[in-house]
Ligand binder design. Structure first.
Ligand code: C5P
Length: 419
């Protein structure tokens, strides 16, 4: 959605950078966005509700328990009646609350209740920004899908120099524009938040089996061969499929991301265990192989730990693992109606994906570039190409949740026979 016709909910926290939030309101409105402002108690020590109201042209919300505000618009509605939530300045306190799901004032309650993306522009003293607690909170929030702009390095109001200055209003505007381009409501798990009987669930009544994460192939009881897959993309697809009404079985290799809610999860380690779990979960309408399955395993993994000795280092003696995707796609009976594979490549992404589509006999390949410079492996964003028998559809750089939501919508269309 363009910034021009967007509705922004701006949460102004308590920090000296709050004065820049006033300019941010002007810049957003100049570009055609409408801005509704929420001012925290601490924020009101730095800017007045009157300035914010005058610049935004709308009344400013300050209290969680305000009869007047609730009569005008309840706080849940306020959190949803926007296309994007911006927190500027995002103080250490606001980030800590949001990272821990606290909801003891209007701003933190809105951050917990919203179904929209949140863009935070942190501003704080550099030691507060660099403190391990803030580092943890920011990492948690990034993992939860919060977007960040800044902070910048520079001279601080407190006289120190370093990271912690809030990004300039025009930089925040540019980040908001980028966030709005990929804006969709964040999905909820299966059946939650949907009135029984609702029909806008593209995978309702479908069974979907998804693999995610790496596999670990043992060398001996303490060592294994692995890869850098985080499971973020596969798990996001499982969440999105469940939110789209599917009955989802997720077969996950060893990952540190949490099990999605509303999804049946089987944990496995090796490719052979993954294949067995997939075969046990079939039949299904859709199979999505998002796991980075190890191509090889050690032919004879040792029962005892290998010892360093005077002799030459041990040869690993690799043998090929079963190809789960090709096995599922090649089933004579009980082949899922749609078999989707992933192609993680570091060069000639589309050409390799096209070859893979034919070689593995699947219906669609989601191809992505995983060269180290892209940060895809383990990161929160992905740039993918859908490679099918009739052509290629390339999507822009998107958060992995958004790739998942779009893929699920695409599969819903394919299953319904839509062009
Ligand atoms: O051949 P390559 O590993 O690049 O193919 C990637 C696709 O194949 C992914 O969908 C992955 O889940 C699947 N795959 C598999 N079993 C293997 C290797 C890859 O299912 N042994």
């Amino acid at each position: 959605m363009p910034l021009k016709s967007s509705r922004i909910l701006l949460i102004v926290g308590g920090g000296i950078a709050a004065y820049k939030a006033l300019d941010l309101v002007r810049r957003l409105r100049e570009r055609g966005a409408s801005v509704r402002a929420v001012l925290t108690q601490a924020g009101a020590q730095f800017v007045t509700p009157l300035s914010l109201a005058a610049l935004s042209g709308q009344s400013v919300h300050q209290d969680l328990f305000s009869l007047t505000d609730e009569a005008e618009m309840g706080h849940i509605e306020l959190s949803r009646d926007a296309d994007l939530v911006i927190v500027a300045p995002a103080t250490a306190d606001l980030l800590a609350k949001a990272a821990n799901g606290l909801a003891n004032d209007l701003a933190s309650t809105l951050l917990l209740a919203t179904d929209k993306r949140v863009l935070a522009a942190p501003a704080m003293n550099l030691r507060m920004w660099l403190h391990p607690a803030t580092r943890r909170n920011v990492a948690t929030l990034r993992g939860d899908g919060m977007l960040f702009v800044g902070p910048d390095d520079g001279e601080m109001a407190c006289g120190e120099y370093g990271p912690g200055r809030m990004a300039e209003p025009l930089t925040i505007v540019a980040a908001a524009e980028a966030a709005l381009k990929t804006q969709t409501a964040i999905p909820l798990p299966l059946g939650v938040g949907v009135r029984p009987g609702a029909t806008d669930l593209p995978l309702k009544g479908r069974r979907v089996v998804i693999t995610s994460g790496p596999t670990h192939e043992p060398i001996d009881p303490v060592r294994y061969i692995a890869n850098r897959s985080s499971g973020k993309q596969g798990h996001a697809i499982a969440r999105a499929a469940a939110a789209a009404g599917a009955e989802v079985v997720l077969i996950s290799g060893p990952v540190s991301v949490p099990d999605p809610v509303g999804v049946a999860v089987t944990h496995v380690e090796t490719a052979r265990e993954m294949l067995a779990a997939v075969e046990g979960a079939l039949p299904a309408d859709v199979y999505i192989g998002a796991a980075a399955v190890a191509d090889w395993r050690v032919g004879s993994a040792q029962a005892q730990k290998l010892k360093k000795g005077a002799s030459a280092p041990p040869a690993l003696g690799l043998v090929e693992n079963p190809d789960i995707l090709a096995t599922v796609a090649g089933r004579k009976s009980g082949r899922p109606g749609l078999v989707v594979g992933f192609a993680a490549e570091t060069n000639d992404v589309i050409a390799h994906a096209q070859q893979k589509l034919a070689r593995k006999g699947c219906d669609l390949i989601v191809a992505n570039d995983v060269s180290p410079a892209t940060g895809v492996m383990g990161g929160d964003r992905n740039t993918v190409h859908l490679v099918g028998p009739t052509g290629v559809e390339s999507w822009p750089d998107l958060p992995k949740d958004e790739v998942a939501a779009r893929l699920v919508a695409h599969l819903g269309k394919l299953l319904s026979g839509a062009p």
